[in-house]
Design a protein around this ligand. Sequence first.
Ligand SMILES: Nc1ncnc2c1ncn2[C@@H]1O[C@H](COP(=O)(O)OP(=O)(O)OP(=O)(O)O)[C@@H](O)[C@H]1O
Length: 366
Amino acid sequence: MRPTVRGEVDGRASGRTAIEAIGLGKRYRRRWALRDCTFRLPAGRICALVGPNGAGKSTLLSLASGLARPSEGSVRVCGTAPATAAGRPVIAHLAQDRPLYPALTVAETLRLGRALNPGRWSGRCAERIVRDGRIPLDARVAALSGGQRTRLALALAFAKRPELLLLDEPLADLDPLARHRIAALLLAEAAAHGTTVVLSSDLLAELDGVCDYLLVLGGGRVRLAGEVDDVIGAHALVMGPHRGAGLPPQVAAHPVVEAQLSGGRFTAVVQRNGTVAAGLWETAEPSLEELLLAYLRAPDAPELIAPSAEPVSAPLRRRPGNKPGIPGMPRNGPPRPAALPGGRAEVPRGAARTRHDHHSGKGAAA
Ligand SMILES: Nc1ncnc2c1ncn2[C@@H]1O[C@H](COP(=O)(O)OP(=O)(O)OP(=O)(O)O)[C@@H](O)[C@H]1O
């Protein structure tokens, strides 16, 4: 189940914007870490930030928190620039390296958090997260395990009661039970306080049921963006018998994200360009995990920015062939030929799926 029921407090219906990036880019020397990044994240969402290693996820979070400055373009957070007196108090950023003072104890760290966030700090929230992980208050930070440090850093981030919580791989070094509990806490806190959360993660199966908004990066660019339901609804998973070369023309008429042909059957994820014509094939809605895997396996698949992710303060710069958005439908140009990755007619043994395991990876926090 996706988190669709959120309180009135959440700003979901308010039309407020948590992050708006316009042509945002970051260059380190001659190499672009992020390029031409344009999207809007409405307030009150829990956004999954997904992409392969080096895609630019941490860079985007650093730009949104004001830790790094853009080389080009702009990013606004909760209506203000992030690295300003107005921006700093409303943003909490859990960076990948979990910056904490090793010489302080857990209790001293929490006291420092209170002192640095006057008027916003929730001691109860911080203590609950620390107590839930059975972390001794008198332990030195240097003596904590990786998972315990993550939990303490999460306690600091949550207790600040930010409007925007930027979490870089927050679940990576937690055990499965802790992951489940932190994900549940995330949902509860976001629902109770209307916090917008951006959560970068490689744990694809655990994002379904937690996140209701999606931002996929690849090669420093936005590849997929929008409400999870819009993005999933704009795709179809098509499976059927495979005859001849490539996909049936009726299926290939849609922009193909990924196609696998094996054992006399094909499985394809396509961007729906209208209804997929009836034939000797079945169509289904891909699960979030299936969709993400398809995009990760196919780095050259066409991008899709749902209307729910289009910025309001500047029109989306369209690449040649892109069409204006139709609600719930892909906004891309003419369909690509149904080429298989690497132009091969077959995928290697073991790489193909022969069984459709629909909605297999449900809800960490359901
Ligand atoms: N401080 C830096 N100096 C030079 N290059 C950097 C720096 N930070 C990031 N990069 C480069 O920018 C690109 C994007 O890095 P980034 O850390 O944002 O990716 P990521 O998607 O978070 O990756 P991962 O999943 O591995 O954490 C990479 O090619 C990386 O080498």
